[in-house]
Design a binder for this molecule. Structure first.
Ligand code: GTP
Length: 355
């Protein structure tokens, strides 16, 4: 099958960069990067691997296009696959990533008659990911310059967007970002439910759990020790929560002293243990000056068949139950319902977001 010629015309590149920088969602910007570079290099598959502060790969986004022959022309059907928890990376790709990481620049490795090529993607101070593709020929100097230019625009724009989605005090994703990402997140979750082939790349068949977490008696801490110490407690609790969850889980600062965690876990027991571990970590931590601080949480299964607002409402009502029952505990919505301790909410009638 003949693959389309490379598509490196200046007008085309500018048009694609225009599209990329018109997007307001970091995930769509990542998609747009692959959509831009694949046709440019004349390849049908490209990947973006994101790494964390410890330089481990935490997430991969794969883009593939299939050529569909029509009577007198060809068109493309595209597909994106997002993988977290992280993936068994093919050996040759892992070798390329290791070399790129060590050298801090692009490099390639032979695989049969083709080359697997990797480029580092840099953030402000450090490497944040890799761009990878496979092709039957070397990258030309012109292509190399274009890839570098596009990766730079991508990084600058991505960081700008990312900053606007983060809470300044804790560095966590903010409520606005949750609001704008929930629909996409739900689409990803429902796609996973319906796409049986998804488990090819994931180690376990996990479902998602959403927990609303709130610091207990935080007003007292502010009143007794002042806002600066209160802020320090918020930062320390953020770090304790972060180390309790996986890098691929999502943690948001939802409001003043409220957080939302969305984690992947294989069953209720595992999810409960994870949130319990976070609660216990906070309870056991000796906070300078303040001493003892606790958190309460309410969680529920993030069933993508329900409206995201409904899920957040369920977590919120279980959090309320945890507070009422004495705080420093984690309650599970479906268990509370089964025990008759919480009444089922009316679906779709709640607006969780502030105007
Ligand atoms: N230091 C600091 N305080 C904040 C911030 N955002 C919200 N708060 C404070 O968090 C406190 C929340 O108080 P309440 O909603 O009464 O809740 P609480 O005292 O934690 O009581 P319970 O949730 O019922 O256990 C208020 O005093 C807010 O001023 C922040 O960014 N920094």
């Amino acid at each position: 099958m003949q693959i389309e010629r490379t598509d490196s015309g200046l007008t085309n590149i500018l048009k694609k960069l225009g599209v990329m920088t018109s997007l307001r969602d970091t995930y769509l910007v990542e998609q747009s990067l692959l959509r831009t570079l694949g046709p440019l290099l004349g390849v049908l598959e490209t990947s973006f691997y994101r790494i964390d502060g410890n330089r481990g790969v935490v997430r991969a986004l794969h883009h593939s296009r299939k050529v569909v022959d029509q009577e007198d022309s060809q068109s493309f059907v595209e597909h994106f696959e997002e993988v977290s928890n992280m993936p068994q990376i093919p050996e040759v790709v892992r070798h390329v990533l290791d070399t790129v990481r060590l050298l801090g620049k692009a490099c390639s490795r032979k695989l049969n008659d083709e080359l697997v090529v990797g480029y580092p993607i840099f953030g402000k101070n450090e490497q944040v990911g890799f761009f990878v593709f496979q092709r039957d020929r070397e990258v030309t100097p012109v292509e190399d310059a274009i890839i570098h230019g596009i990766l730079e625009v991508f990084t600058n724009y991505f960081e700008l967007l990312d900053t606007s989605q983060r809470d300044q005090l804790t560095g966590l994703l903010n409520r606005h970002s949750l609001e704008s990402n929930l629909d996409r997140l739900w689409n990803v979750l429902s796609a996973r439910m319906h796409d049986k082939s998804h488990n090819r790349r994931n180690a376990e068949n996990e479902s998602f759990w959403l927990c609303m977490i709130d610091i207990d008696h935080f007003k007292k801490i502010n009143d007794q020790f002042g806002h600066i110490i209160g802020d320090e407690v918020l930062i320390m609790i953020t770090r304790l929560l972060q180390v309790s969850f996986r890098k691929s889980d999502l943690l948001y600062r939802f409001g003043g002293e409220e957080f939302i965690a969305i984690i992947a876990a294989k069953d209720l027991e595992t999810a409960q243990q994870t949130f319990e571990r976070a609660r216990a970590r906070v309870e056991e931590f000796p906070f300078p000056q303040v001493g003892h601080v606790t958190i309460s949480g309410g969680f529920t299964n993030a069933n993508p068949m329900l409206l995201p607002q409904e899920i957040v409402h369920r977590a919120d009502s279980s959090l309320y139950a945890a507070k009422t029952a004495g705080r420093n505990r984690i309650c599970h919505y479906e268990t509370l319902i089964a025990q008759g301790l919480v009444k089922e909410a009316a679906t779709g009638s709640i607006d969780i977001f502030e105007p």
